[in-house]
Design a protein around this ligand. Structure first.
Ligand SMILES: [Mn+2]
Length: 379
């Protein structure tokens, strides 16, 4: 059947969901075009169906397609950034890498080479896993493209800086120790976020600290809040080339049951999305979302969360295509919470018919958001 797509600024966007129902047709991420349907991509989304490195529940090999299926409801305008990511730049779904499920070493080589191929023309890469083993070859490719060790934020319940499992050095619990050993990371600017749960011993933390990682625990996010968390991360990393690796188990099992090594006491999907929105202007060069295991998911809870995390990461990449320095600028929703000045005209909620540009949308002290007419909007 013929595809009817949204097109803007010369970029081929998602299938138009006002013309073709969201649930129809084969799934690509956010209903975006395939990479072979566009001349080139500024941002490529690629799947890595690989879970041979897991230590507990298997199943993340089915993660990428689950996230694609759960991403059908994403709409083209992101009010939190006041950005239309698929208009600002060309985003395309590059399909899945063909990785060997029986040979981890060969799989790692394949992932590294495919990531280099996909970024050869300057495209940024958002990778959907797969288990966390895949972060190592992705970081190798990212550091090679950056031409220097990269800053990294690692959202995860776990440290993933262990040494070996059953003598194996390349697993989903070891990628970031290997990455430090290989000199891929700027050890002045690396941190875990959302860490929690029992460890094998205090040595785990000592080793991790020695490698240079900061730790923002799940409890830290609760006690200090999102804005303080964002401010500390922004101070530490600045505008260095940044890679973000999101293990979906950073979310509480209530928000992401479909994963391999769940830990109670995680952050919420709201907190994770708001933290990423606070990274406005930071130099995101690549990202991954891993450990989505659909066999343990219910009602697409985990898939929906992962698809929205991907949408915010792409929005950050797309926001950087807009002229001007946005480093440290609040996003629309955060601005609403921050102060009355921003509240007058929060990004993404232009006054339109309710007043002159810049005039108060709401009186101080009144409810923040009035009901808005959404006639003709597509759900
Ligand atoms: Mn992990």
């Amino acid at each position: 059947m013929k595809e009817i797509r949204i097109e803007a600024n010369g970029n081929l966007g998602p299938i138009d969901s006002s013309q073709i129902p969201r649930y129809a047709g084969a799934a690509t991420y956010a209903r975006l075009p395939r990479l072979d349907q566009v001349a080139n991509a500024d941002v490529s989304v690629v799947g890595v169906p690989f879970d041979s490195g897991v230590s507990y529940r298997p199943g993340a090999r089915f993660g990428a397609n689950h996230v694609r299926e759960a991403s059908r409801l994403l709409r083209p305008y992101n009010p939190a950034w006041d950005v239309s990511p698929f208009e600002n730049c060309q985003v395309a779904d590059a399909g899945d890498m063909a990785v060997n499920p029986f040979n981890i070493g060969e799989a790692i080589e394949t992932i590294q080479q495919n990531a280099l191929d996909l970024t050869a023309g300057g495209s940024k890469l958002l990778t959907l896993g797969g288990d966390h083993t895949i972060a190592l070859p992705l970081l190798r490719a990212a550091a090679e493209r950056a031409g220097e060790p990269v800053a990294m934020l690692h959202f995860d319940a776990h440290l993933d800086t262990w040494d070996t499992y059953f003598g194996a050095a390349y697993t989903h619990g070891t990628p970031f120790r290997r990455a430090v050993e290989e000199g891929l990371l700027d050890t002045e600017a690396i941190s875990h976020v959302g860490t929690r749960g029992p460890l094998y011993g205090k040595k785990d933390l000592d080793d991790d600290h020695r490698f240079g990682f900061g730790i923002v625990t799940s409890a830290d996010v609760y006690h200090q809040g999102v804005l303080e968390t964002v401010a500390k991360i922004r101070d530490r990393i600045g505008k260095r080339p940044l890679y973000i690796s999101v293990d979906i188990d950073v979310l509480d099992p209530a928000h992401a049951p479909g994963t391999g090594t769940p830990e109670a006491g995680g952050i919420t999907s709201r907190e994770l999305l708001e933290i990423i929105r606070g990274f406005r202007g930071m130099n995101l060069i690549g990202a991954d979302i891993v450990e989505v295991a659909p066999a343990y998911d219910h009602a697409e809870i985990t898939g929906v969360a992962a698809s929205h995390v991907g949408y915010e990461l792409i929005s950050l990449m797309a926001d950087n295509f807009v002229a001007g320095d946005r480093f440290g600028a609040p996003n629309g929703y955060a601005a609403q919470a921050l102060d009355a000045e921003a509240r007058r005209r929060p990004a993404g909620f232009a006054p339109s018919s309710q007043g002159e540009p810049g005039s108060p949308l709401v009186e101080p002290g009144s409810p923040l958001v009035e009901p808005v007419e959404t006639k003709g909007a597509t759900k």
